[in-house]
Design a binder for this molecule. Structure first.
Ligand code: PLP
Length: 295
């Protein structure tokens, strides 16, 4: 094996340190955000929940009619090879893997798909320890002004970016989106700017249903599996902001924050009423990650 890199950027067959990589300005992602992406944790060179992320990646690409020029197995092999090229000795052998596919190059700028478009694959690998699952976070809320294709992991993330920045400015870590009216529910909670949102009430896990208003999070799926294994009932009906505020525990999940407890929403103390149950779930999620990524 050659010398390990401190991080890695890959674009259509070429790779180097991220800082040395450049991409053509004609890539349609620069014009239109025309692409989809995935991200997950890596430990000991093992990509956590790779099959689930690959399946969602192909689903997202197919929703927006991008043909990925690799089979799932070819892509899995490529990603697995790339993560091994990065030095993770200072981060507990952990890293974060990100990849995206875009509709390729387009000159001149034109909304319609270019003829014979060849999709571009981008990958980055960054050494990074997994965030502490047992840490807590503060949330703010915002009307969900996004489009109606939130089930696609698209690169068009401007409302999410603005909401995440607003949370940061308010001293919080995440923003909860709600739709003032959806599925007949006033102030329906959808998800966060970069996480799914759930709550525990009277021993039941409540999580938004998988429709076009939320991303089908892989960490959400893992949370539900953990609850099933622990005999904790799961309710996938839509719920309101008022229901969330009154819940026993409020939880954020994502591939970089497996199960984080929220302590405040818009400056008001929330949750903290079912810590033992929450800890059982968190322990189960950490166990799953550690066992599936052990050498
Ligand atoms: N919802 C949104 C909008 C996200 O951006 C993310 C993660 O980036 C999630 C939910 C959580 O998805 P996952 O658990 O697959 O990381």
């Amino acid at each position: 094996m050659g010398k390990l890199l401190k991080d890695l950027g890959y674009y259509n067959g070429k790779y180097d340190l991220i800082e040395n990589m450049t991409v053509p300005m004609t890539d349609r992602v620069c014009w239109f955000g025309d692409g989809v992406y995935e991200a997950t944790a890596v430990r000991n060179g093992v990509i956590y929940c790779l099959d689930e992320h690959i399946d969602r990646f192909y689903r997202s690409a197919s929703f927006i009619e991008i043909e990925i020029p690799y089979t799932k197995d070819e892509l899995k092999t490529l990603l697995s090879d790339l993560v091994l090229k990065v030095d993770t000795s200072e981060t507990n052998h952990e890293a974060f893997l990100y990849w995206q596919i875009t509709r390729g190059a387009n000159i001149p700028r034109n909304h319609v798909f270019p003829e014979n478009a060849k999709a571009s694959l981008w990958v980055t690998v960054t050494p990074r320890k997994l965030a502490d699952v047992y840490r807590t976070d503060k949330l703010i809320t915002r009307e969900d002004i996004r489009f109606y294709m939130c089930n696609i992991k698209t690169l068009c993330l401007l409302p999410n970016v603005l909401a995440a920045e607003a949370a940061k400015k308010a001293g919080a870590g995440e923003c909860v989106f709600y739709r003032s009216e959806a599925n007949g529910i006033k102030n329906r909670v959808t998800e966060g700017s970069h996480a799914n949102i759930h709550c525990i009430k009277d021993g039941v896990l409540h999580t938004a249903p998988l429709d076009n208003l939320i991303l089908p999070g892989i960490a959400r799926r893992n949370l539900i599996s953990a609850c099933n294994a622990l005999n904790i009932a799961v309710n996938e009906n839509p719920f309101s902001l008022e229901f969330l505020l009154d819940a026993d525990e409020i939880i954020l999940t994502s591939s970089s924050n497996f199960c984080v407890r929220a302590t405040h929403i818009d400056g008001v103390a929330v949750g903290g009423k079912s810590p033992e149950l929450l800890k059982k779930i968190q322990d189960a999620l950490v166990y799953d990650y550690m066992t599936k990524t052990s050498k």
